[in-house]
Design a binder for this molecule. Structure first.
Ligand SMILES: NC(=O)c1ccc[n+]([C@@H]2O[C@H](COP(=O)([O-])OP(=O)(O)OC[C@H]3O[C@@H](n4cnc5c(N)ncnc54)[C@H](O)[C@@H]3O)[C@@H](O)[C@H]2O)c1
Length: 427
């Protein structure tokens, strides 16, 4: 009898399809990343909040900060098992799968070099470098070492951005003609940002990197950026770098990218994008006006949102800042890419292209001329832009415009295909 039961159990064990359970188990295991974070300041805390939120499985386990007390405070706040004031110690940690660079701009290259030495995958905050030359050295180091290099451009991962990009890829707004991105706020929160040597510049390098990559995504990352025209000035602050700039980036398919950046804007942090295509338009407001408005006399002492200047009167809070700023989707893409042995949506190469565009912007602000984007390493297309396709109305005419007038008339404006004559017809 016992023998029979055991036989039946054995048969059941062999016949049962265990694969989904095994897969679940393997997936679960493979999703665990141990992260060493370098830096314990503003962005490091945002990253930690995002990574340790919502029962996510990936964990920061070690933090490096030049100040041991800050490292300990950070480790205590996020329950990390290790903290240090020696960068190599964090990078070389035995259990560390990936290093997350959250240090000031002038330290990105040395930190990447440490990851390369230790052969640890690296994800680096924006901007990748202070210049294209610096970014290119980081890109080369990572590629030669065969380690993963992810560029943490969070604003290319916001839910609104991802949905817009998908619509554009599906053709909903036709060919993208113009993509404008704006990031303005009253200025950054630490000394080193205001020191041109350490940061690499002012609002252009700090905020322009976001805007340029947003436009580049909308226009198409395989389309070569050709040249840049930029105005920049130091309108308010006693600094060597620019605190306000506007730039145009011309792309090889005729599209134009536009960035508007400022450290002199008052009223919070304004993140807005506008895309114009041959078949449609997209407007995104990512932060200052997300549909959440609140009035308070100032009785409480609530935190409103990043760079909000006041906490009384009419306010524009942000529900889940990490989410609105794209961090969760960004980290998901980065860690999945490491596991799947593929490139993430934003790579070190993208960081390098952004820096090359910003280099041209700085040059143009000086020379007041269109300046070429110098890309010694271009991996995209070189499209033929001499051919333009027009909408045919019939065998003889192209359609220029069709409009219903206030009196109900319908007007057609046409161009003769051979003579070039422009005519109008009213129905
Ligand atoms: N949206 C974003 O993606 C975003 C937002 C803010 C900042 N950032 C980027 O994150 C990086 C850090 O900016 P932050 O806002 O966290 O700055 P922060 O000043 O708040 O923090 C910087 C950290 O680096 C440490 N540090 C400063 N100088 C150092 C030195 N010489 N040696 C060692 N450590 C040093 C500080 O102690 C601190 O831990 C920058 O590259 C910045 O551009 C990205």
């Amino acid at each position: 009898m016992v023998e029979k039961v055991l036989q039946q159990c054995g048969a059941f064990f062999l016949k049962f399809d265990w694969k989904p359970f095994l897969k679940l188990h393997l997936n679960f295991k493979s999703h665990l990343m141990n992260i060493a974070i370098l830096g314990s300041g503003f962005i490091a805390r945002f990253y930690a909040e995002s990574l340790h939120a919502q029962r996510r499985t990936d964990r920061i386990t070690s933090v490096y900060s030049r100040n041991l007390e800050n490292a300990k405070r950070f480790a205590d706040d996020y329950q990390l098992s290790h903290h240090t004031d020696v960068m190599q110690e964090a990078v070389n940690g035995k259990d560390i799968d990936v290093v997350l660079i959250s240090l000031p701009n002038h330290l990105h290259e040395v930190a990447v070099a440490e990851c390369v030495k230790a052969k640890k995958h690296v994800i680096c905050t924006k901007p990748l470098g202070r210049t294209a030359a610096e970014a290119k050295r980081m890109l080369d180091m990572v590629e030669e070492a065969g380690i993963f290099g992810g560029y943490l451009e969070d604003l290319c991962y916001t839910p609104k951005f991802l949905k817009s990009l998908e619509s554009i890829r599906q053709g909903s707004i036709g060919r993208v003609l113009w993509a404008k991105s704006r990031e303005t706020h009253p200025g950054p929160h630490s000394d080193w940002f205001w020191d041109k040597e350490k940061s690499g510049g002012g609002a252009i390098i700090d905020l322009g990197c976001h805007c340029v990559e947003i436009s580049r995504n909308f226009i198409g990352k395989n389309i070569k950026p050709l040249e840049v025209m930029c105005w920049a000035d130091t309108q308010v602050h006693p600094i060597d770098a620019e605190d306000h700039a506007i730039g145009l980036v011309k792309y090889a398919n005729g599209a134009i990218g536009q960035f508007e950046v400022s450290w002199a804007f008052r009223g919070g942090m304004d993140l807005r994008d506008e895309v114009m295509g041959t078949e449609g338009t997209i407007w995104i407001n990512s932060f200052l006006r997300t549909g959440f408005e609140m009035f308070t006399t100032g009785k409480g002492d609530g935190y409103v949102a990043e760079k909000a200047e006041v906490n009384k009167g009419w306010l524009f809070p942000v529900g889940d800042e990490s989410h609105e700023l794209g961090y969760p989707h960004m980290f998901t893409d980065m860690f999945s890419a490491i596991e799947e042995n593929r490139d993430p949506q934003e790579t070190f190469y993208d960081g390098y292209v952004v820096n090359a565009i910003l280099d041209a912007a700085y040059k143009s602000a000086d020379t007041k001329l269109w300046e070429p984007v110098i890309l010694e390493d271009w991996r995209g297309d070189n499209p033929d832009i001499s051919r333009k396709e027009f909408t045919s109305y019939d065998d003889d005419y192209f359609l220029i415009k069709e409009e219903v007038l206030p009196n109900g008339d319908s007007k057609l404006i046409l161009k003769h295909k051979v003579s070039g004559e422009v005519v109008q017809k009213t129905n």
